[in-house]
Design a protein around this ligand. Structure first.
Ligand SMILES: C[S@@+](CC[C@H](N)C(=O)[O-])C[C@H]1O[C@@H](n2cnc3c(N)ncnc32)[C@H](O)[C@@H]1O
Length: 324
Protein backbone atom coordinates (compact mmCIF):
# COMPACT_ATOMS: atom_id res chain seq x y z
CA UNK A 1 0.00 0.00 0.00
CA UNK A 2 1.25 3.51 -0.75
CA UNK A 3 -0.32 6.94 -0.41
CA UNK A 4 0.93 10.09 -2.09
CA UNK A 5 -0.75 13.44 -2.73
CA UNK A 6 0.30 15.64 -5.62
CA UNK A 7 -1.07 19.14 -5.39
CA UNK A 8 -1.26 22.00 -7.84
CA UNK A 9 -1.55 24.70 -5.18
CA UNK A 10 0.26 27.73 -6.58
CA UNK A 11 -2.25 29.44 -8.85
CA UNK A 12 -5.55 27.95 -7.63
CA UNK A 13 -6.78 31.16 -6.02
CA UNK A 14 -5.71 33.39 -8.92
CA UNK A 15 -7.50 31.08 -11.33
CA UNK A 16 -10.63 31.10 -9.13
CA UNK A 17 -10.56 34.92 -9.16
CA UNK A 18 -9.96 35.24 -12.92
CA UNK A 19 -12.60 32.70 -13.88
CA UNK A 20 -15.16 34.18 -11.46
CA UNK A 21 -14.65 37.73 -12.74
CA UNK A 22 -14.70 36.57 -16.37
CA UNK A 23 -18.04 34.83 -15.74
CA UNK A 24 -19.58 37.80 -13.90
CA UNK A 25 -18.37 40.29 -16.51
CA UNK A 26 -19.95 38.23 -19.31
CA UNK A 27 -23.36 38.76 -20.80
CA UNK A 28 -25.25 36.71 -19.61
CA UNK A 29 -23.43 36.13 -16.31
CA UNK A 30 -22.29 32.67 -15.33
CA UNK A 31 -20.23 30.80 -12.73
CA UNK A 32 -18.28 27.56 -13.06
CA UNK A 33 -19.82 24.67 -11.13
CA UNK A 34 -16.38 23.22 -10.32
CA UNK A 35 -16.07 26.01 -7.72
CA UNK A 36 -19.06 24.73 -5.72
CA UNK A 37 -16.80 22.30 -3.92
CA UNK A 38 -15.04 23.99 -1.00
CA UNK A 39 -15.25 22.15 2.36
CA UNK A 40 -18.78 23.54 2.95
CA UNK A 41 -19.81 22.73 -0.65
CA UNK A 42 -18.52 19.16 -0.21
CA UNK A 43 -20.63 18.87 2.95
CA UNK A 44 -23.77 20.28 1.33
CA UNK A 45 -23.27 17.96 -1.66
CA UNK A 46 -23.27 15.01 0.79
CA UNK A 47 -26.68 16.24 1.98
CA UNK A 48 -27.89 16.51 -1.64
CA UNK A 49 -26.88 12.90 -2.21
CA UNK A 50 -29.00 11.91 0.79
CA UNK A 51 -32.07 13.86 -0.34
CA UNK A 52 -35.22 11.91 -1.14
CA UNK A 53 -35.61 13.79 -4.45
CA UNK A 54 -32.02 13.20 -5.62
CA UNK A 55 -32.61 9.80 -7.26
CA UNK A 56 -29.22 9.85 -9.06
CA UNK A 57 -27.10 8.68 -6.13
CA UNK A 58 -29.32 5.73 -5.20
CA UNK A 59 -29.61 4.66 -8.83
CA UNK A 60 -25.85 4.65 -9.45
CA UNK A 61 -25.18 3.21 -5.98
CA UNK A 62 -27.47 0.29 -6.85
CA UNK A 63 -25.43 -0.36 -10.02
CA UNK A 64 -22.15 -0.33 -8.08
CA UNK A 65 -23.47 -2.37 -5.17
CA UNK A 66 -25.07 -5.06 -7.33
CA UNK A 67 -22.94 -5.15 -10.46
CA UNK A 68 -19.39 -4.35 -9.37
CA UNK A 69 -18.29 -7.94 -10.00
CA UNK A 70 -19.48 -7.69 -13.63
CA UNK A 71 -17.89 -4.23 -14.00
CA UNK A 72 -14.69 -5.61 -12.56
CA UNK A 73 -14.79 -8.53 -15.02
CA UNK A 74 -15.30 -6.17 -17.96
CA UNK A 75 -12.35 -4.03 -16.83
CA UNK A 76 -10.03 -6.96 -16.30
CA UNK A 77 -11.15 -9.09 -19.26
CA UNK A 78 -7.71 -9.11 -20.86
CA UNK A 79 -5.99 -9.96 -17.55
CA UNK A 80 -3.31 -7.22 -17.81
CA UNK A 81 -2.37 -4.81 -15.02
CA UNK A 82 -3.86 -1.31 -15.27
CA UNK A 83 -4.28 2.04 -13.57
CA UNK A 84 -7.72 3.18 -12.49
CA UNK A 85 -8.04 6.95 -12.80
CA UNK A 86 -11.19 8.43 -11.30
CA UNK A 87 -12.25 11.93 -12.41
CA UNK A 88 -14.11 13.93 -9.73
CA UNK A 89 -13.92 11.05 -7.25
CA UNK A 90 -15.81 12.85 -4.46
CA UNK A 91 -16.10 10.68 -1.36
CA UNK A 92 -15.80 7.46 -3.45
CA UNK A 93 -18.76 5.92 -1.60
CA UNK A 94 -19.85 4.37 -4.91
CA UNK A 95 -16.50 3.55 -6.47
CA UNK A 96 -15.38 1.82 -3.26
CA UNK A 97 -17.58 -1.14 -4.30
CA UNK A 98 -15.71 -1.44 -7.58
CA UNK A 99 -12.33 -1.02 -5.87
CA UNK A 100 -13.27 -3.80 -3.47
CA UNK A 101 -14.33 -6.14 -6.32
CA UNK A 102 -11.08 -5.47 -8.16
CA UNK A 103 -9.04 -6.17 -5.01
CA UNK A 104 -11.09 -9.31 -4.28
CA UNK A 105 -10.38 -10.50 -7.83
CA UNK A 106 -6.63 -9.94 -7.07
CA UNK A 107 -6.29 -7.54 -9.99
CA UNK A 108 -3.04 -5.64 -10.21
CA UNK A 109 -3.89 -1.95 -10.34
CA UNK A 110 -3.19 1.46 -8.82
CA UNK A 111 -5.94 3.95 -8.04
CA UNK A 112 -5.55 7.64 -8.97
CA UNK A 113 -8.53 9.66 -7.68
CA UNK A 114 -8.61 13.18 -9.16
CA UNK A 115 -10.60 15.97 -7.54
CA UNK A 116 -10.51 19.75 -7.55
CA UNK A 117 -11.41 19.75 -3.86
CA UNK A 118 -8.32 19.53 -1.68
CA UNK A 119 -10.52 18.42 1.21
CA UNK A 120 -11.86 15.48 -0.87
CA UNK A 121 -8.39 14.23 -1.80
CA UNK A 122 -6.93 14.45 1.71
CA UNK A 123 -10.03 12.73 3.07
CA UNK A 124 -9.77 9.90 0.52
CA UNK A 125 -6.10 9.39 1.23
CA UNK A 126 -6.69 9.24 4.93
CA UNK A 127 -9.80 7.06 4.96
CA UNK A 128 -9.74 4.73 1.93
CA UNK A 129 -6.63 2.82 3.07
CA UNK A 130 -8.36 2.17 6.41
CA UNK A 131 -11.20 0.45 4.54
CA UNK A 132 -9.08 -1.13 1.78
CA UNK A 133 -5.60 -1.71 3.27
CA UNK A 134 -4.14 -3.30 0.13
CA UNK A 135 -5.15 -0.39 -2.13
CA UNK A 136 -2.33 1.47 -3.88
CA UNK A 137 -3.65 5.06 -3.99
CA UNK A 138 -2.17 8.31 -5.32
CA UNK A 139 -4.46 11.32 -4.90
CA UNK A 140 -4.31 14.11 -7.48
CA UNK A 141 -5.70 17.47 -6.39
CA UNK A 142 -6.61 19.77 -9.30
CA UNK A 143 -8.65 20.20 -12.46
CA UNK A 144 -9.54 17.12 -14.57
CA UNK A 145 -7.16 17.65 -17.47
CA UNK A 146 -4.19 19.04 -15.55
CA UNK A 147 -4.40 16.01 -13.28
CA UNK A 148 -5.13 13.57 -16.11
CA UNK A 149 -1.90 14.71 -17.70
CA UNK A 150 -0.13 14.13 -14.38
CA UNK A 151 -1.72 10.69 -14.12
CA UNK A 152 -0.68 9.88 -17.70
CA UNK A 153 2.93 10.81 -16.78
CA UNK A 154 2.82 8.61 -13.66
CA UNK A 155 1.07 5.66 -15.26
CA UNK A 156 2.75 3.37 -17.74
CA UNK A 157 0.05 0.75 -17.84
CA UNK A 158 -3.28 0.28 -19.51
CA UNK A 159 -5.70 2.93 -18.30
CA UNK A 160 -9.26 2.70 -17.09
CA UNK A 161 -10.86 6.10 -16.56
CA UNK A 162 -13.86 6.28 -14.23
CA UNK A 163 -16.13 9.33 -14.57
CA UNK A 164 -19.18 8.70 -12.44
CA UNK A 165 -21.91 10.65 -10.66
CA UNK A 166 -23.22 12.13 -13.95
CA UNK A 167 -20.37 14.64 -13.73
CA UNK A 168 -20.32 14.64 -17.55
CA UNK A 169 -23.79 16.18 -17.31
CA UNK A 170 -22.21 19.31 -15.84
CA UNK A 171 -21.06 20.08 -19.38
CA UNK A 172 -23.17 21.10 -22.36
CA UNK A 173 -23.37 18.39 -25.03
CA UNK A 174 -20.85 20.35 -27.14
CA UNK A 175 -18.46 20.63 -24.18
CA UNK A 176 -18.91 16.92 -23.41
CA UNK A 177 -17.86 16.17 -27.00
CA UNK A 178 -14.71 18.30 -26.67
CA UNK A 179 -14.05 16.71 -23.29
CA UNK A 180 -14.32 13.14 -24.67
CA UNK A 181 -12.14 14.06 -27.66
CA UNK A 182 -9.43 15.48 -25.35
CA UNK A 183 -9.77 12.45 -23.08
CA UNK A 184 -9.20 10.18 -26.06
CA UNK A 185 -5.99 12.06 -26.96
CA UNK A 186 -4.54 11.09 -23.58
CA UNK A 187 -5.46 7.42 -23.95
CA UNK A 188 -4.23 4.53 -26.09
CA UNK A 189 -6.11 1.89 -28.08
CA UNK A 190 -7.88 -0.59 -25.77
CA UNK A 191 -7.90 1.78 -22.78
CA UNK A 192 -11.37 1.97 -21.23
CA UNK A 193 -13.61 4.68 -19.88
CA UNK A 194 -16.64 4.17 -17.65
CA UNK A 195 -19.03 7.11 -17.71
CA UNK A 196 -22.13 7.61 -15.58
CA UNK A 197 -25.03 9.29 -17.42
CA UNK A 198 -28.34 10.37 -15.93
CA UNK A 199 -31.02 9.21 -18.37
CA UNK A 200 -33.91 11.32 -19.70
CA UNK A 201 -37.04 10.56 -17.69
CA UNK A 202 -40.18 12.22 -16.32
CA UNK A 203 -39.47 15.99 -16.35
CA UNK A 204 -41.13 16.57 -12.96
CA UNK A 205 -38.90 13.96 -11.36
CA UNK A 206 -35.79 15.55 -12.85
CA UNK A 207 -36.79 19.07 -11.83
CA UNK A 208 -37.58 17.99 -8.25
CA UNK A 209 -34.01 16.67 -7.87
CA UNK A 210 -32.64 20.19 -8.51
CA UNK A 211 -35.38 22.11 -6.71
CA UNK A 212 -35.86 20.18 -3.47
CA UNK A 213 -38.46 21.20 -0.90
CA UNK A 214 -35.86 21.41 1.87
CA UNK A 215 -33.83 24.06 -0.01
CA UNK A 216 -30.56 22.10 0.08
CA UNK A 217 -29.79 22.73 -3.61
CA UNK A 218 -30.55 26.39 -2.94
CA UNK A 219 -27.90 26.48 -0.18
CA UNK A 220 -25.46 24.61 -2.41
CA UNK A 221 -25.74 27.33 -5.07
CA UNK A 222 -25.70 30.23 -2.59
CA UNK A 223 -22.63 28.74 -0.92
CA UNK A 224 -20.58 29.72 -3.97
CA UNK A 225 -21.43 33.38 -3.30
CA UNK A 226 -20.34 32.87 0.33
CA UNK A 227 -17.12 31.26 -0.89
CA UNK A 228 -16.42 34.27 -3.13
CA UNK A 229 -17.05 36.62 -0.18
CA UNK A 230 -14.63 34.65 1.97
CA UNK A 231 -11.86 33.77 -0.46
CA UNK A 232 -11.99 36.58 -3.03
CA UNK A 233 -12.89 39.51 -0.79
CA UNK A 234 -16.46 39.76 -2.13
CA UNK A 235 -19.52 41.37 -0.58
CA UNK A 236 -22.47 39.47 -2.05
CA UNK A 237 -25.64 40.01 0.00
CA UNK A 238 -26.81 36.40 -0.04
CA UNK A 239 -30.39 37.36 0.88
CA UNK A 240 -30.70 39.31 -2.35
CA UNK A 241 -30.27 36.26 -4.61
CA UNK A 242 -32.78 33.48 -5.21
CA UNK A 243 -32.31 29.94 -6.55
CA UNK A 244 -34.22 28.99 -9.73
CA UNK A 245 -34.10 25.65 -11.57
CA UNK A 246 -35.59 24.63 -14.92
CA UNK A 247 -35.68 21.48 -17.06
CA UNK A 248 -36.22 21.39 -20.81
CA UNK A 249 -37.37 17.91 -21.89
CA UNK A 250 -36.64 18.75 -25.54
CA UNK A 251 -32.91 19.33 -25.05
CA UNK A 252 -32.48 17.31 -21.83
CA UNK A 253 -30.82 20.33 -20.17
CA UNK A 254 -31.59 20.98 -16.50
CA UNK A 255 -30.20 24.37 -15.52
CA UNK A 256 -29.89 26.21 -12.25
CA UNK A 257 -29.63 29.95 -11.81
CA UNK A 258 -29.31 32.57 -9.10
CA UNK A 259 -31.63 35.52 -9.69
CA UNK A 260 -30.79 38.99 -8.42
CA UNK A 261 -33.77 40.24 -6.40
CA UNK A 262 -32.93 43.92 -6.91
CA UNK A 263 -30.68 46.34 -8.76
CA UNK A 264 -27.43 45.98 -6.84
CA UNK A 265 -23.68 46.35 -6.88
CA UNK A 266 -21.29 43.63 -5.72
CA UNK A 267 -17.59 44.24 -5.11
CA UNK A 268 -15.07 41.46 -5.61
CA UNK A 269 -11.67 42.75 -4.56
CA UNK A 270 -11.34 45.97 -6.54
CA UNK A 271 -13.81 44.95 -9.25
CA UNK A 272 -17.39 46.21 -9.26
CA UNK A 273 -20.16 44.04 -10.70
CA UNK A 274 -23.61 45.49 -11.48
CA UNK A 275 -26.77 43.41 -11.28
CA UNK A 276 -30.21 44.45 -12.49
CA UNK A 277 -33.36 43.28 -10.76
CA UNK A 278 -34.23 39.76 -12.05
CA UNK A 279 -30.89 39.37 -13.84
CA UNK A 280 -29.67 35.78 -13.64
CA UNK A 281 -26.33 34.09 -13.06
CA UNK A 282 -26.22 30.70 -14.78
CA UNK A 283 -24.78 28.37 -12.14
CA UNK A 284 -24.90 24.82 -13.44
CA UNK A 285 -26.13 22.55 -16.19
CA UNK A 286 -27.11 18.92 -15.50
CA UNK A 287 -27.56 17.44 -18.96
CA UNK A 288 -29.74 14.34 -19.33
CA UNK A 289 -29.10 11.77 -22.07
CA UNK A 290 -30.98 9.07 -23.98
CA UNK A 291 -29.13 5.85 -24.90
CA UNK A 292 -29.08 7.08 -28.47
CA UNK A 293 -27.47 10.38 -27.38
CA UNK A 294 -24.84 8.40 -25.45
CA UNK A 295 -23.96 6.13 -28.37
CA UNK A 296 -23.77 9.16 -30.68
CA UNK A 297 -21.36 10.84 -28.26
CA UNK A 298 -19.15 7.72 -28.20
CA UNK A 299 -19.13 7.38 -32.00
CA UNK A 300 -18.39 11.10 -32.53
CA UNK A 301 -15.43 11.09 -30.16
CA UNK A 302 -13.65 7.86 -31.12
CA UNK A 303 -14.96 5.38 -28.55
CA UNK A 304 -16.73 2.06 -29.02
CA UNK A 305 -19.54 1.32 -26.54
CA UNK A 306 -18.89 -2.11 -24.97
CA UNK A 307 -21.44 -2.61 -22.20
CA UNK A 308 -24.11 -0.67 -20.31
CA UNK A 309 -24.98 -1.18 -16.65
CA UNK A 310 -28.40 0.07 -15.53
CA UNK A 311 -30.20 0.33 -12.20
CA UNK A 312 -33.48 -1.58 -12.01
CA UNK A 313 -35.62 1.46 -12.81
CA UNK A 314 -33.39 2.49 -15.74
CA UNK A 315 -32.91 5.96 -14.27
CA UNK A 316 -29.14 5.86 -14.75
CA UNK A 317 -26.48 4.09 -16.80
CA UNK A 318 -22.77 3.44 -16.32
CA UNK A 319 -21.48 2.93 -19.85
CA UNK A 320 -18.16 1.23 -20.64
CA UNK A 321 -16.45 2.46 -23.80
CA UNK A 322 -13.19 1.33 -25.35
CA UNK A 323 -10.84 3.62 -27.27
CA UNK A 324 -11.61 2.67 -30.86
C1 LIG B 1 -21.17 15.54 -8.35
S1 LIG B 1 -19.75 15.17 -7.38
C2 LIG B 1 -19.63 13.44 -7.78
C3 LIG B 1 -18.70 12.68 -6.92
C4 LIG B 1 -18.56 11.18 -7.24
N1 LIG B 1 -17.99 10.97 -8.55
C5 LIG B 1 -19.88 10.47 -7.13
O1 LIG B 1 -20.33 9.93 -8.13
O2 LIG B 1 -20.45 10.43 -6.03
C6 LIG B 1 -18.54 15.96 -8.34
C7 LIG B 1 -17.10 15.86 -7.85
O3 LIG B 1 -16.26 16.28 -8.94
C8 LIG B 1 -15.34 17.26 -8.48
N2 LIG B 1 -15.10 18.18 -9.62
C9 LIG B 1 -16.01 19.01 -10.21
N3 LIG B 1 -15.44 19.68 -11.24
C10 LIG B 1 -14.14 19.26 -11.30
C11 LIG B 1 -13.05 19.58 -12.16
N4 LIG B 1 -13.17 20.45 -13.15
N5 LIG B 1 -11.86 18.96 -11.93
C12 LIG B 1 -11.71 18.06 -10.91
N6 LIG B 1 -12.72 17.72 -10.06
C13 LIG B 1 -13.92 18.30 -10.26
C14 LIG B 1 -16.00 17.91 -7.29
O4 LIG B 1 -15.07 18.45 -6.38
C15 LIG B 1 -16.81 16.76 -6.68
O5 LIG B 1 -16.10 16.06 -5.69
Amino acid sequence: MSTTTIEISTSNKTQFLHETLAGLQSEPKFMLSKYFYDATGDRIFQQIMEMEEYYLTNAEMEILQNQSAQLSQAISADGTAFDLIELGAGDATKSIHLLKSLLDAKMEFSYFPIDISEHVISDLEENLPKKLPSLDITGLNGDYFDMLQKAAELSHRRKVVLFMGANIGNMTVADAESFCLSLKQLLSPNDLVIIGFDLKKNPQQILAAYNDKGGITRSFNLNLLRRINKELDGDFNIDQFEHYASYDPASGACKSYLISLQNQIVNIGRQVIHFSENEYIHMEISQKYSLEDINKLAAKTGFKPLQSFFDQKHYFVDAIWRVD
